[in-house]
Design a protein around this ligand. Sequence first.
Ligand code: CTP
Ligand code: MG
Length: 249
Amino acid sequence: MSREVPAAPRTAAVVPAAGRGVRLGPGAPKALRTLSGTPMLVHAVRAMARSRAVSVVVVVAPPDGAADVRRLLDGHALPGTTEILVVPGGETRQESVRLGLAALPADVDVVLVHDAARPLVPVETVDAVAAAVRAGAPAVVPALPLADTVKQVEPRAAGEPEPVVGTPERARLRAVQTPQGFDRAVLDKAHATVVLGGEGATDDAGMVERLGVEVVVVPGHEEAFKVTRPLDLVLAEAVLARRRTTDGY
Ligand code: CTP
Ligand code: MG
């Protein structure tokens, strides 16, 4: 009888990069804007490829920009031997992630989903999320405590004062980041079954929660912040400048 040796789990990263970046203001799609001369998407893909756990990265490009993104990635050095696939994205982040998942090789069993808009996530955070999933957690999110107190309001038309309806206890709140890590079958099921209206899910873990599957948090990192508004570009450039002076990065 032959001895069955279980194959090592193969980990992939799906990088949604199909958004326009409306809140950043007019210009190229957000993921293609540069930080220190290098497109944000290239920083984000490098951050994934730097993790030894990650053997394949699926980049989800703007719907009409997959060929351009392919050329862009071919023109930039990436660490290691990571395989890079590029697919066109959709109208919402949820749709883009679903299209990325559909392109994963069959033998992948752990998936990280990482926003291209978080270009500076340290490899330690990527490794910690991947390790927690490989150790058996079906869903893992990196998270940080909040600095601001959060109010729940009754939304009103722009300009009208919004009444406060509640103040959740800050100590019990966390701001979640990416990469979020999942057992592949769990994430596939969430994307196949969870239907959300409007802009869809902004967070994959939220979809998995709706399946009744436990999601756990691991420590996030300040440098994994999302580039959303113009001031975030200033912060990202400053982080890169600090890295250059401290470790010649
Ligand atoms: N994203 C995507 N497909 C979409 C919308 C968003 O792949 N249809 C990706 C973005 O490229 C980004 C991530 O999801 O990497 C997080 O979204 P967000 O920060 O909201 O980026 P944008 O949607 O591009 O920005 P905005 O909402 O300001 O337009
Ligand atoms: Mg968006």
